[in-house]
Design a binder for this molecule. Structure first.
Ligand SMILES: *[C@@H]1O[C@H](CO)[C@@H](O)[C@H](O)[C@H]1NC(C)=O
Ligand SMILES: *[C@@H]1O[C@H](CO)[C@@H](O)[C@H](O)[C@H]1NC(C)=O
Ligand SMILES: *[C@@H]1O[C@H](CO)[C@@H](O)[C@H](O)[C@H]1NC(C)=O
Length: 174
């Protein structure tokens, strides 16, 4: 998953990463990569973003380490916790032996008629609603009255055929 960073840093990293040829390998490759790169004393393969050197760094540790939900690890001198970027969330523990970034990308709530109800946070996904001011309503009634959880439910909206000036109220279904 691509990390979200200010543009200047992204450009720098891409340039640098080209030069040394490593963004982190995909998580599914870590075991294999570790078996060649690590040894019996430090068997756990890790790949994390180093904020000071502005590049991803591979290293081996003698045990995996975890962070609380909503956070990931980066290298800032040492291993350091950092909140997930706004566009990602991490509802479970972050393990250094499994990933470089918070694992889930948030839903965008940008299908036809959708708008964001809230932006979620480090541990939970964004919630969507239908833009009732533009005449959209949920196709399927969500569990909550005014918003829909894109992880659990179908958040599709449709354009109702309202009479002019008949405004839908928040959460109205049809
Ligand atoms: C194992 O790897 C670590 C660094 O990843 C290195 O410091 C250490 O010397 C290695 N040990 C052996 C026995 O090769
Ligand atoms: C990382 O290590 C933890 C603790 O040993 C383990 O529960 C988890 O499954 C490991 N994750 C991966 C991707 O190997
Ligand atoms: C994140 O959002 C979830 C769901 O709305 C909520 O239960 C949780 O308390 C929030 N966490 C923080 C740190 O605000």
């Amino acid at each position: 998953m691509a990390p979200i960073m200010p543009l200047a840093i992204v450009i720098h990293v891409m340039f640098f990463a080209f030069a040394i040829g490593i963004p982190c390998p995909h998580s599914s490759q870590w075991k294999l990569r570790g078996s060649g790169f690590c040894n019996n004393t430090y068997p756990w393969y890790n790949c994390l973003y180093d904020e000071n050197r502005m590049q991803y760094t591979e290293f081996c540790r003698n045990h995996p380490k975890f962070q609380r939900p909503g956070y990931k690890f980066i290298i800032r001198g040492n291993l350091d916790g950092k909140q997930c970027e706004d566009t990602y969330y991490q509802p479970i523990k972050f393990w250094t032996n499994g990933s470089s970034n918070c694992i889930f990308k948030k839903s965008t709530c940008n299908e036809e008629g959708q708008v964001a109800f809230n932006n979620g946070n480090g541990t939970s996904n964004r919630k969507c609603r239908c833009d009732y001011t533009a005449g959209y309503a949920f196709v399927t009634k969500p569990n909550a009255k005014c918003f829909c959880d894109p992880e659990q439910e179908d958040c599709a909206c449709y354009l109702t055929t309202c009479k002019p000036f008949h405004l839908l109220t928040p959460g109205q279904v049809s």
